[in-house]
Design a protein around this ligand. Sequence first.
Ligand code: SF4
Ligand code: FES
Length: 255
Amino acid sequence: MGDALNQKENQEQTFRTIEISVFRYNPYSKHSKPRFETYSLSETPSMTLYIALSKIWATMDHHVSFDFVCRAGICGSCAMVINGKPRLACKTRTEEFLDGKITLMPLPTFKHIKDLQVDTGSWMNAMSQKVESWIHTKEKTDISKIEKRVEPDVAQAVFELDRCIECGICLASCSTRIMRESFIGAVGLSRVARFAIDPHDERTDADYYELVGDDDGIFGCMSLMGCEDHCPKELPLQTKIAYMRRKLVSQAIKS
Ligand code: SF4
Ligand code: FES
């Protein structure tokens, strides 16, 4: 009985070895050449790619660069291309990959910093400025007054789009964006939809048309659905892009 228990315990402690190939390149060093570095490590139960990369960094290679902040799918900083698909590394378990081989690359379309790190922040900031990502109203804000009432279904629709974590995965999944750098993608268009739905914002369809009524905006989307297929927050991106397109098409006819 004791032997059987020991045997079971030993079996449970035997973890498979996985291989993680990481894209390595420092565009700021003239000595650096793009390459893959492969690390073998022992998989632990429920291991995420965040845990695996931290283990590689702590025990094998202190120079490998990657970004993480929240480790809980909230900050969006750990987005990378995992076996060909853009995903959040902190929400991806190694056990999903049955052959134990995982390849990690940085997100395309953003400025590459080093290895798996890209600069999504500067792009998101520029996009927010471009679409004027703030409430436009002539009303003076009086914080001593109770906020204007908003219908629950409208508030829910705004809240739904506010769940975007600016991870950049929708852009990395978008063929239009990969072909045309100036396209603001699903994250930009759903941001515009968020304000168009919000009754606090007084902008008209003509105002939105001025902002995004071209091929870099609402008419650039080819509805290939890559954004919605990969968005880790499962936002209704295509529905909201279609909503904005319907609103702005009448402005296109007028102009
Ligand atoms: S829309 Fe989705 S995929 Fe795109 S940045 Fe926001 S959370 Fe990420
Ligand atoms: S570390 Fe924040 S989303 Fe992955």
